[in-house]
Design a protein around this ligand. Sequence first.
Ligand code: C2E
Ligand code: CA
Length: 777
Amino acid sequence: MKETIKRTPFVFFVILSLVVAISSTYAVYYFIVLQTVGSINNEEVLQHNEQVAVSASSYFDSKLEKQISTLIGIEVAHHNIELDGTTFDDEYYETILNQNEYISSIEILDLSGIVIYSSRENINRQGIDLSSYPIIENADTLHTLYIGGLTYDTTIDTMTLEVVYVGEDIYLLSTISTEYFDLYYSDFKNSFGSKNILILNDKGIVIFDNVKQNHLIQYHYSDYDLIIDKSEENSTFESEIYGENSIVTVAHLENGDWHLWLYEDVDSALSLSQTINSYVAVLFSFVVAIFATIYLVFDYIMIRELSNLGRNLEIVGTGKFEPIQDTMSFKEIIDVRGKFNDMNLQLKDITLKLSNAAYHDNLTGLPTKNKANLDFDKWYESSESISFLYLDISRFSMINDNYGFDVGDYCLKEISAILLTIFDYVYRVEGDEFLCLLKNDDFKSIEVKTDKLYSRLHKGISINDYQYSIPFTMGLSVYPKDGDKFFELMKKSVIAMNESKNLNDGYLTVFRDEYSIQYLRMARIELLIRNAIKNKEIYTVYQPIITIKDRKIRGFEALSRWKNDELGVVNPDEFIPILERIGLINQLDEMVINNAIKLNKYLCDYYKTKFVMSVNLSVTTIMSDRFVTIIEEAIERFSYDPTLLELEITESTIISDFDLITEKMNHLKRRGVKFSEDDFGDGFSSLTYLSRLRLDTLKISKNFLSSILSNLESRVLVQTILELSKRLGFYTIVEGVEDEETLDIFEMFGCDYVQGYLFYKPMQMEKILQLVQKEKE
Ligand code: C2E
Ligand code: CA
């Protein structure tokens, strides 16, 4: 239902309301106005007809009354004459006839029906026996007037009515002229043109008929009984008279037991009311038409305005904020247009701000990745290649943590400025991550630019008078080789960049498909490792470190292993960086410290010997407030000799916050804890740092080893390092030694200890116990 209303166009309601308006107006007209006006008029006509009929009937009644009283007077006079013996002569009757203009003849009959006097010219009528004359035959009640039929009286050339009055001694037979009917009617016609009069006696014989003159032929009106029956209920009614639909009023005439029918054609009777009705109808139609027109015009304007507004809203939807032109219209519409235009201006303003916010980074002033997306979409069709160079500043959070956000922000601005000196299109993706788009650059020219960037960032930014070198990693993906969608390409550049994370500072990894697989594996690792420590899936193994001189065990390095049902054995190189990123490395390092101390305590006590236990520490572990406490608590817990604990830290850890770390190191060193620099040779190892650090041991990175056999230069370098470190008072451990040849070289250069598969791989605690047991035997 809602759906239909939603989709129904406004014009439907307009037409519907118009139809309802017109039909309801007509309904009011037909059922109320027409009926009221019509019936009032009918009523008036009927009442009027009734009055006319009554007055006509009383007129005729009184006329007949007069004749009757004259006849009664004659009879009375006769009776008296009989009594006093006088007779009447012709003069007497002539006088009476003259005085009564409608009595056209008088005849006196004795009671046996013999004419004894006749006023008619024909004298011969005296002595005629009229006893069998129908009217005389029927007249049998004393003092009663009987009215007979109409006859044509040639002497006076008019219709006459035969009447008999029964006296005590005589029958008084008289003819009464009906001329007065005509006379009356001619007056009547002048007043009531369309009305007709029909007078009938009680047998239905027409006495007077102004229309058909049927009284001349003794006409019997066939539907007489029907009309009379109808009149018994209501004196005025509608009926057919001579085949015409008429309004009929029936009135009774007392003296002859006659009926007077006043009738009139329905149409002409009601012509007045019909005229009024048609006027009303025309008026109504006119009013409805005017209303309809106004309504339609109004609706037309409203629909036009609404669709206009709709069109403009559509335009706004496309991001164009054009104002609606003001044309003539209703005030309200103009108001709405005004408000619409105001809204447009505000929207324009807000959209501009939003797009600025979406496309521009406030801090650095660089465009955002949304803008990069737009640019890429604009360029890619016309470009041979577009390279996505993704750049992440390593350990940037440390700058924020150590120097505060102001310095962090300053660094980001500086980095942005440096990037802009090298690349044309630089975008800030988020935090310390940037994207550079390079149009049609080949790999060589990209490398030239990234090298330039490396030397520039490595030179560093000056913070608090200290030139802080900015380590970073980069990843590269290229359109169309690696895809043609912006986000796909960006993701691949991020994947490549993540590959660089475990490599040297400033390293650029070019995306390869297998990285995606690794990326998915990393995502899986990240998900599963959260429960790994809790579920004891991560355990500790120990790799013996051997004294080169006597090949005896100097101690062990504790290393972590993770075995997962789904992933199998996961390399620490894979999961340690993830644990560092998700902030769980502290838990692992604490666990390893405790395991390692516990085992070494047992070994040293049991075999009455002194092994050095080395434990790797992540930078976040050292940075944590609890670091010193964790170490001290472990030492306390196992009553452990701190001098048998060597903590391995990397160079990048040390330089991340030199002061803080040296402070913590010094604190622990005072208790006897030893420190070694892990992976020496991987970074930009500077021996000046080393001198300030008061380290105990240097662990020469196994990465260093690969070239040592073949490359004389690196051999000289190693020799120099070993000599220097000896001079600085450090012990040296060489890691990752797998063959005798390498060992020989290190032995020759005076390296103290060796850790490598040549002797032992990292082993589980049980194996270590067996190994020590064997050595001590
Ligand atoms: P690392 O500190 O440099 O540890 C030495 C790595 O070299 C170990 O790898 C060890 O198994 C491997 N190695 C030893 N001898 C040889 C050899 O002759 N040839 C070769 N190819 N490799 C050898 P692993 O155990 O995979 O550890 C990798 C890195 O993970 C470690 O490098 C260390 O930085 C980190 N790590 C391991 N366990 C922990 C831990 O519990 N905490 C922290 N924070 N880091 C850990
Ligand atoms: Ca180590």
